[in-house]
Design a protein around this ligand. Sequence first.
Ligand SMILES: NC(=O)c1ccc[n+]([C@@H]2O[C@H](COP(=O)([O-])OP(=O)(O)OC[C@H]3O[C@@H](n4cnc5c(N)ncnc54)[C@H](O)[C@@H]3O)[C@@H](O)[C@H]2O)c1
Ligand SMILES: O=C(O)C(=O)C[C@]1(C(=O)O)C=C[C@@H](O)C=C1
Length: 292
Amino acid sequence: MSEPFISKLVVIGVGLIGGSFALGLRKAGRVGQVVGVGRGQANLDRALHLNLIDEASQDVRSAVQQADMVLLAMPVGQMAEVMQAIRPVLPSHALISDVGSTKQDVVAMARAHLGEHLPRFVPAHPIAGAEQSGAQAARFGLFENKNVVLTPLPETNEHATQVVSTLWQVCGARLSTMSAAAHDQVFAAVSHLPHLLAFALVDDIVHKANADQCFKYAASGFRDFTRIASSHPEMWRDISLANREALLKELACYQDQLTRVQTMLAANDADGLERMFDVARTARNAWLDGLK
Ligand SMILES: NC(=O)c1ccc[n+]([C@@H]2O[C@H](COP(=O)([O-])OP(=O)(O)OC[C@H]3O[C@@H](n4cnc5c(N)ncnc54)[C@H](O)[C@@H]3O)[C@@H](O)[C@H]2O)c1
Ligand SMILES: O=C(O)C(=O)C[C@]1(C(=O)O)C=C[C@@H](O)C=C1
């Protein structure tokens, strides 16, 4: 397709992901004006200062007027309200996409609230990020060689999907497509559960009688395991609740696994433990090799 150019991009939620997307398109010369919409002026001022956006607004309805594309880049718990707000004022040609970490809920909200705009909505999830948040965390190159999963609806307009795909490719990403249900199961296992475990482990240590001593001696193993417990609590509250069913299933599988580990440990099953560690190490190393 011819190279898409977005004359007016509106990023609702100018944080790590929305800000990095805007930056990628700006540096590639694929956007004209970028308007950032947020809940708080301090973050919008940082986004202006960092040149992520040209204009800032706290009024989503006026911001999306004349938009060619709107990116929903806030926590998934906020999306329904924003979709409702923009529906009556969104231009009839505007593309809409999101970056939410869960997809069945976002697709259901789009069906409920986007009305006549639904065919131009392209659900997307960039599989790249960090534990930092806000405009100051945005960076150029965040999506370089990272996957972006699209979960288009049967109604999604092919042209809209192509434009959104090309924009992510401009940011360096690799595109793939899945059903929203498959997406939510996979990311419950490899993203949402690990975050839950990291938060739960740190919380467990905080409540120990000798918490100070534990933190004093915690080192790189603890840091690597718990890096993602520094992630944004609101964002992870919303993801956990949005993907509750898949997450509960993965949590139950993991609890079974912990029971197997506990049984091996209680029985001094050295061979069993070593076999399991070996399977895990081999699988992780193969996964890491695949990332190169
Ligand atoms: N952080 C990650 O690693 C990551 C990766 C992929 C996708 N995501 C998804 O991307 C989205 C944004 O995550 P992020 O890490 O960029 O978060 P972030 O906290 O860095 O940015 C989100 C911004 O949205 C703003 N916001 C919240 N509610 C709003 C509303 N109603 N209207 C306008 N702005 C609002 C917040 O104030 C914040 O500035 C989330 O849906 C998240 O699930 C995050
Ligand atoms: O690297 C991190 O800190 C992340 O949390 C990134 C991560 C992940 O779990 O891999 C988190 C949520 C997203 O939806 C996608 C990516």
